[in-house]
Design a protein. Structure first.
Length: 180
């Protein structure tokens, strides 16, 4: 059953049968935003994270919901939410993780992320979470400003340990926001 965010934004649950469509979408929307991180322009990451085997594992996770973001009837992004996944630095609080949110370049700057974030917050509250958390690359200054504008604060800086990530681009902040 689709989740209606607004007249133009709908979330549709991703299934394993959608694997090819998901991969094609990510081949279109991931590289423009993240090519600069990778020595291979992100090909390894796309294969590793959006390969059929990993997608099947992600879809089996009972704490995860994985959606296509449709804007005006077109697949323009993905959203993955993980419920009951503790924030690493505040383990005693019930948390919801905004694990992935990717939008195509043409949809950015139109308030879509704000509406999706509002949906995630509402859902976290309904599920009894105390906070929402996410990961944000330290090189994505615009994304960090967006999240901070919406009440998130930077937590610990961690570093990704991927062989193909370029030196100096592997920093990632945990960011969190109380929803109670």
């Amino acid at each position: 059953m689709p989740i209606v965010i607004s007249n133009s934004i709908i979330l549709k649950t991703i299934t394993i049968e959608d694997y090819s469509s998901l991969y094609e979408l990510m081949e279109r929307i991931y590289p423009p935003a993240y090519n600069y991180l990778w020595s291979d322009k992100g090909e390894w990451y796309l294969h590793e994270i959006y390969g059929k085997k990993q997608v099947a594992i992600d879809l089996e996770d009972k704490h995860s919901s994985f959606y296509f973001i449709e804007v005006d009837g077109q697949k323009e992004g993905v959203l993955k939410i993980q419920e009951d996944v503790p924030y690493p630095d505040i383990l005693e609080k019930k948390a919801t993780r905004l694990h992935r949110i990717y939008l195509s370049e043409k949809t950015q700057g139109k308030g879509i992320s704000r509406q999706l974030l509002s949906y995630v917050e509402k859902r976290a509250i309904e599920n009894g979470s105390d906070l929402i958390w996410l990961d944000c690359m330290d090189s994505k200054k615009q994304a960090m400003r967006f999240y901070e504008k919406h009440g998130f604060q930077k937590g610990r800086l961690t570093f990704l340990d991927y062989k193909l990530i370029k030196k100096g681009y592997n920093g990632m902040y945990f960011m969190w926001k109380s929803v109670v």
